[in-house]
Design a protein around this ligand. Structure first.
Ligand code: ADP
Length: 317
């Protein structure tokens, strides 16, 4: 089947270099770095060797060019990235608190990303897609949500598959429309990629076991739970439960770990690898991402992941 396709925001990230003072004082900044969860995800799909494309919109500016050229160089089909005159490429300014938490100043909804539409090029890419990856956060941007719904319908009608990274906030689910949106997505999801308590929130249940059984009962083929520095777990009817411990690394910047993890897992499975091996690649991709500053700077190709796994003595027989 055809390429893995995603739809969503492309932006640059610019980081504060001080901790605690935020942006209240002038300081040297780090960046711009290519960013946007869908962009990070699709870059990792391509770098690990999968066919990949993205529907998105950038401004006619350096921030847009920086992103498009990185994605193109890494092997992503950029034909459906529109350039919007008169709107800037989105940006996120990130600052760190003393306790390691991060605060963002976003300019996304009013950026070119807010003008993402179903263009002829987007239609062409989606018509070839074998898989669509959906992020819960994308539903916050109306134009993007509509394209995603159409892309999911199109790919499923042709026998393709869908992955869903819910990145949901509890507040969103308490609102009826948010809950319905998630339920509609769960009904068409083949691979669910929750992290932390998103598994429980998605299922609306209190225990991991109950949530997993409920979600598999909906027809979701596999669930892969991301556990940060505790690694990850696969659940399915076909393979049961498969745990994979994390790699031990120094975390420099957590941005992008979940997206790289999901991309490496999905692409490994689409290439026919069993869950245990796909989890190993996914954990390695997530770990390597947190070791580098910048959301997309830690994205790895397959050879780098193989070397990293071997160096940790974690090859599977
Ligand atoms: P998300 O970013 O979606 O919340 P996680 O934080 O769970 O997802 O990260 C995704 C994956 O990346 C984890 O399952 C793990 O394999 C890897 N990872 C994340 N943080 C670390 C870390 N500090 N050390 C080692 N691996 C990590």
């Amino acid at each position: 089947l055809g390429p893995t396709v995603t739809v969503g925001e492309i932006l640059v990230e610019i980081m504060a270099t001080t901790i605690g003072t935020g942006f209240l004082a002038a300081q040297p900044l780090l960046g711009p770095f290519p960013s946007g969860a869908p962009a990070i995800f699709i870059d990792q799909v391509a770098r690990i060797g999968g066919a990949a494309g993205i529907v998105a919109a950038v401004g006619d500016d350096d921030f847009g060019t920086l992103n498009v050229e990185r994605l193109r160089a890494d092997g992503v089909d950029v034909s459906a990235i529109a350039t919007i005159a008169g709107k800037p490429t989105g940006s996120a300014f990130v600052r760190y608190r003393n306790d390691g938490a991060r605060d963002f100043v976003f300019n996304i909804a009013h950026s070119a990303a807010g003008e993402t539409r179903m263009t002829a090029a987007a239609h062409k890419l989606i018509a070839r897609a074998g898989h669509v990856h959906v992020m819960g956060s994308a539903f916050a941007i109306p134009g993007i949500a509509e394209i995603l719904v159409e892309a999911v319908g199109s790919v499923k009608a042709r026998g393709g598959s869908v992955s869903f990274d819910p990145n949901i906030r509890k507040e969103l689910v308490q609102d009826g429309a948010g809950r319905r949106l998630i339920d509609d997505m769960l009904a068409v999801t083949d691979l669910l990629l929750p992290s932390g308590d998103e598994l429980l929130v998605a299922a609306g249940l209190a225990t991991e076991e109950a949530a997993v059984q409920h979600l598999l009962g909906l027809g979701i083929g596999e669930i892969v739970l991301k556990r940060g520095s505790d690694g990850s777990t696969h659940f399915s009817r076909a393979f049961g439960r498969v745990d994979c411990p994390a790699f031990t690394v120094d975390e420099i910047d957590p941005t992008g770990a979940g997206d790289c993890f999901g991309a490496a897992y999905l692409t490994s499975r689409r290439a026919g690898l069993p869950p245990a091996r796909a989890l190993l690649y996914a954990n390695a991709a997530g770990a390597r991402t947190v070791m580098k500053q910048g959301p997309m700077e830690g994205v790895s190709n397959k050879a780098a992941l193989d070397d990293f796994i071997a160096a940790a003595g974690r090859e599977l027989k």
